[in-house]
Design a protein around this ligand. Structure first.
Ligand code: 6PG
Length: 235
């Protein structure tokens, strides 16, 4: 089983600063190495303060060379507060000089979700340069939920999926996209994530039941509450 490349455990304020710094450094390194950066953002609530800090404290990021993608999206309109695009736009994209034509939304609002997934597949690069992922209390990541058929996908890059919690209809990247990403970070904050994270890192390797294990090769960032159940071996 792959172990995380690096595990960082900090009080929440430092956790936010460390992830924002990791994003800034990773984006800048990708642009320096390849002239551009294909960055895929996570949704949910954990990234909010991270994106805000990235916008406010990392003016040196070459945003004009960045292509913005999303790891997943809820099937709601982009102006719906539950939209991952809406959250990222409010906290980051509207506040940095990223080029609008280089921001690629998953169009979850379209009635034909499989068509929307195919459309997005055509926009995704062969490999993402930087991928930010969250974790659910059930061990999901992006919108890949435990036991979901999407976890067996080896060809498609984007699929419709179903969440056990509303909004139920989603679009998500698939395991091959996570595996091909050049730099991956998983952000784990809050006591409610502690058991899922400990199982992901210290438990048997079974990504069909613990989908976030697909990202074990990346860098994992914990706040102290979320790290409470980690064994000493994982520190
Ligand atoms: C989403 C996210 C999802 C998220 C986790 C954690 O669409 O909700 O992409 O994978 O990262 O559910 O969410 P929180 O950060 O809100 O705990």
């Amino acid at each position: 089983m792959t172990r995380p490349e690096r595990i960082t455990i900090e009080e929440h304020a430092e956790f936010v600063a460390s992830v924002a710094n990791w994003l800034a450094v990773s984006i800048s390194a990708a642009v320096a190495e390849r002239g551009s950066c294909a960055l895929a953002l996570s949704g949910g609530s954990t990234p909010r303060p991270i994106y805000t800090r990235l916008a406010e404290r990392h003016a040196g990021v070459p945003w004009g060379r960045v292509d913005i993608f999303f790891g997943d999206e809820r099937c709601v309109p982009p102006d719906d507060v539950r939209s991952n695009y809406h959250m990222a736009n409010e906290t980051l994209l509207s506040r940095v000089p990223v080029l609008p034509e280089r921001v690629y939304r998953m169009e979850g609002e379209l009635p034909d979700e499989d068509a929307a997934a195919h459309d997005y597949e055509r926009l995704l690069p062969e490999r993402l340069d930087v991928l930010l992922l969250g974790i659910g209390a059930d061990g999901h990541t992006a919108s890949l939920f435990p036991g979901a058929p999407e976890l067996d996908e080896r060809v498609r890059s984007v699929l419709p999926s179903r969440s056990p919690e509303a909004p139920r209809d989603r679009l998500t990247i698939t395991p091959p996209v996570i595996a091909r990403a050049r730099r991956v970070a998983v952000i784990v904050a809050g006591a409610e994530k502690a058991l899922a994270a400990a199982r992901a890192i210290g438990g048997d390797y079974d990504p069909r039941m613990v989908p976030v294990q697909l990202a074990l090769g990346g860098s994992w960032f914990f706040d102290s509450e979320a790290a409470a159940a980690l064994g000493t071996a994982a520190r």
